[in-house]
Ligand binder design. Structure first.
Ligand code: NI
Length: 136
């Protein structure tokens, strides 16, 4: 861990009150921790925009009784081998399956893969969650 540096921040009382309410709602124990995370969040977003590199997860829920759906989803995933680093399949109930794809690579490709999976008939829900690659 690098050396901690203290610095002062001046802002309007009203803004600080709102900030304190926000960090309380998010369960932060102090302002420093909240400010650190906000700065990192901003830097991570900049990392996506400049280098385009992300890590993340795509989560999909689908009915495995849908004709050929499992095969279709597997075919699509084989087209995105370079960004999928791991997959996990869970049987939610008699009909529904949950699949979690861990991804690392281009943000654009991740978004494209999530969109394609979402659009397949029988896929009930798909989400894409992106974060930084840990370099920041
Ligand atoms: Ni299943």
């Amino acid at each position: 861990m690098s050396k901690l540096v203290r610095f002062g921040v001046s802002l309007e009382q009203e803004l600080l009150t709102k900030f304190d309410r926000l960090i309380k709602a998010r369960n932060y124990t102090n302002r420093s921790e909240a400010i650190r995370d906000l700065i990192r969040e901003e830097l991570v977003e900049r990392e996506w925009q400049t280098s385009g590199e992300i890590a993340g997860a795509i989560t999909i829920v689908y009915d495995h009784h849908c004709r050929d759906l499992g095969n279709k989803l597997t075919d699509i995933q084989h087209d995105f081998l370079n960004i999928i680093i791991s997959t996990q399949h869970l049987h939610l109930d008699h009909h529904n399956c949950l699949e979690i794809l861990a991804i690392k690579g281009s943000a654009k490709k991740a978004q494209k893969l999530a969109n394609i999976l979402q659009s397949v008939k029988g896929v009930k829900h798909a989400t894409l969650s992106m974060t930084g690659t840990g370099k920041i």
